[in-house]
Design a protein. Structure first.
Length: 290
């Protein structure tokens, strides 16, 4: 794996090593093997990272795509060895609770401004499922709520069980979301989501709540492109994974006439390049050129 090779390059030889474990005789680009460690190629944050390479003249760099879990494993390995690494990051995410990280300044706005996470359904969902549409319009939570669920899920292989624990401990919030919502009586709903920790958290919390209300909820994990296509075509009813206006801009533009927004589940997300705070000389994306 390219990232692993980068670690090996940084860790070998007899060159002078700084307090961060990096080789101070090499440029930051050489230490990183000119690699930004990212997630799946269809993700908006990946596309924004590729745009940042153009915007900041990082001609030698490439975005190494993988999965979120692979990226996080690379981050953990780098931090354990106090080695330099740059990843594609977003908030909310449990990584900021677990590790001491920072976003790199982005004055050229390659990653845009803060955006929101929307609940999106196929066209006509509100008319055919008015009760569920009402629930989704009322489902709004905070970074702290989502981070708490994500941390529970990191220590529990059963994402739904962790979500159920959180739901049980936060009935005050659940009661607001379910106010005026009727029982499901076995009504079926199919929910699609991308395999990001944040979306695993929100989707499983909603499933736990709707299961308790008597709905029959089926979950389907997909990459971003097929997720949007599934909702637009009606093979999935709803997704809680629509990051707009930047991350999923291309998909929304493609399917906007086939979907409807049910509400904002979380306000004020953030995307960007993220590094460990021990990389003290790297504070802006432009610093990667040094």
């Amino acid at each position: 794996m390219i990232v692993a090779a980068a670690f090996a390059l940084v860790g070998c030889g007899s060159s002078d090593k700084g307090s961060s474990g990096s080789d101070s005789s090499k440029s930051i680009g050489e230490q990183l093997n000119y690699t930004i460690t990212g997630i799946d190629p269809g993700a908006g944050v990946t596309q924004a990272a590729q745009q940042s390479i153009k915007d900041y003249g990082l001609d030698k760099y490439n975005v190494q795509t993988s999965s979120e879990s692979t990226m996080m494993a690379s981050l953990k390995k780098a931090i354990d060895n106090k080695q330099p690494i740059v990843i594609t990051g977003w908030s909310p995410h449990w990584m900021f609770a677990k590790y001491d990280l920072k976003y790199l300044d982005d004055p050229k706005k390659s990653f845009g401004d803060a955006e929101n996470i929307y609940t999106v359904a196929h066209k006509g969902f509100s008319k055919s499922h008015p009760n569920l549409a009402k629930f989704f319009s009322q489902f709004q939570w905070t970074d702290d709520d989502m981070n708490a669920v994500m941390l529970k899920q990191q220590s529990n292989d059963d994402a739904l069980a962790a979500a159920k624990d959180w739901v049980k401990d936060n009935q005050d919030k659940v009661s607001k979301w379910t106010k005026g919502i009727k029982k499901g009586n076995g009504e079926e709903i199919k929910m699609a989501y991308v395999a990001w920790s944040s979306e695993v958290a929100s989707t499983n919390v909603v499933k736990a709540i709707l299961d308790n209300l008597g709905y029959k909820v089926t979950l389907q994990q997909l990459d971003a492109a097929p997720m949007w296509a599934a909702v637009a075509k009606g093979s999935a009813d709803v997704t809680l994974s629509a990051w707009l206006p930047v991350t999923h801009k291309a998909y929304y533009q493609k399917y906007k006439d086939q979907v409807e927004k049910l509400g904002v589940s979380l306000k004020g997300t953030k995307l960007g390049l993220v590094v460990p705070k021990y990389m003290k000389d790297v504070n802006s994306i432009s610093d990667l050129k040094k």
